[in-house]
Design a protein around this ligand. Structure first.
Ligand code: NAD
Ligand code: IPM
Ligand code: MN
Length: 349
């Protein structure tokens, strides 16, 4: 059976890390007949070329694929008000695919403990799985823009909260059984519904899970003060966006963080957590590990190729252990060097 992967490279370092990740993923799979990879225009580059950041043909290809891999999206600088922000296309992509839970694992590699700005003894033992709600909240509520005022509305339904809490609780069950839910229930009505729903779902169906609620401002502090004490952390769309960039620094660089977005079916969306990195784009030095590790999740969760996933996972760990580090990690490797090193590790296995 041939599996179909739609790749949307996007903008900035998106194409650099996407090409690197596809290359090592295909090597890990080995059999060229097992996978068909299609490349589709998306983002600012697509808008410039054809006037649409998310062309209909790209949408159709994503919906027909078994998995979608996405690089990064963004426009250079500030745009005139009549030009739509290309980031909107990413929100539409997530909504079209129905991928409402975004998994962002934060597991610092032993060889990179000193790459984090935190002291190594603080970082040691950290292994957090963030579950970010991805298709609701402030990102998707009604918006208004006027010359003299603007508004964004946060909305959550019980159903939207419940499914992501269940996803997180199921994942916690396969780990230590501890779940931290992050909200702002002292101020926000959506957070109070979030907390109430979480308490009910856990009490009814997950008596084995230990649940704690933490307010988001305090969580921003705890993540730095005692990161190793958290296991699965579930939160809303905006809070998850912010907290995971913060948590990325436990691994040494935002470039290390992968993500997997899942919904009701097996089709998923896989993307590194970082953006287009305009400050380093085009120089060949982007850290491809977050993109490559997202491929591990894709092979495992959407393509059913768990042996290839394990091989790639191990090869990435080996390459990091051997010192294949890009400049953001304090090293001198280029993106191409990392690809070469990961391919060599795959060959050894
Ligand atoms: P960013 O994530 O692009 O970069 C933040 C910092 O981290 C920069 O210094 C960058 O050089 C560094 N960095 C990020 N990824 C890296 C990598 N793989 N290797 C080495 N260094 C890396 O965030 P930003 O600068 O705030 O945003 C730039 C653009 O990207 C904006 O247009 C934003 O909207 C967009 N963006 C897109 C996504 C996405 O597509 N998923 C995510 C975040 C931001
Ligand atoms: C991310 C990004 C996106 C988000 C932007 C580009 C829309 O920051 O994937 O974390 O906020 O979800
Ligand atoms: Mn983000």
């Amino acid at each position: 059976m041939t599996r179909h992967v739609a790749v949307l490279e996007g903008d900035g370092i998106g194409p650099e890390v996407a090409r690197a990740a596809v290359q090592v993923m295909q090597a890990a799979v080995g059999d060229p007949a097992a996978l068909e990879v299609g490349w589709h225009p998306f983002g600012w580059s697509a808008y410039e070329a054809g006037g649409e950041a998310f062309p209909d043909a790209t949408r159709a290809a994503c919906l027909a694929a078994d998995a979608v891999f996405f690089g990064a999206v963004g426009a250079p600088g500030t745009l005139p008000p009549e030009v739509p922000r290309p980031e909107r296309a990413l929100l539409e992509l997530r909504a079209s695919l129905g991928t409402w839970a975004n998994l962002r694992p934060v597991r610092p590699h032993p060889a990179l403990l000193d790459a984090s700005p935190l002291r190594r003894e603080r970082v040691l033992g950290t292994d957090i799985l963030f579950v970010r709600e991805l298709t609701g909240g402030l990102y998707f509520g009604p918006k208004e823009s006027h010359p003299d005022r603007a508004s964004d509305t946060a909305e959550y339904s019980v159903g939207e909260i419940e499914r992501v809490i269940r996803q997180a609780a199921d994942l916690a069950r396969g780990r230590s059984g501890r779940l931290t839910s992050v909200d702002k229930a002292n101020v926000l009505a959506t957070s109070r519904l979030w907390r109430q729903t979480t308490d009910r779902v856990i009490a009814e169906d997950y008596p084995d899970i230990t649940l704690e609620h933490v307010l988001v401002d305090a969580m921003a502090m705890h993540l730095i003060a005692r990161p190793a004490t958290f296991d699965v952390v579930v939160t809303s769309n905006l809070f998850g966006d912010i907290l995971t960039d913060e948590a990325a620094m436990l691994t040494g660089s935002l470039g290390m963080l992968p993500s997997a977005s899942v919904g009701d079916g097996e089709r998923g969306l896989y993307e590194p957590v970082h953006g287009t990195a305009p400050d380093i784009a085009g120089r060949g030095i982007a850290n491809p590990y977050g993109a490559m590790r997202s491929m591990v999740w894709m092979l495992r969760l959407s393509l059913g190729l768990s042996e290839a996933a394990d091989r790639l996972d191990q090869a990435l760990d080996d390459a990091v252990a051997a010192g294949s580090h890009t400049p953001d990690l304090g090293g001198r490797a280029t993106t191409a060097d990392v690809v070469r090193d990961v391919l060599a590790r795959l060959d050894e296995r």
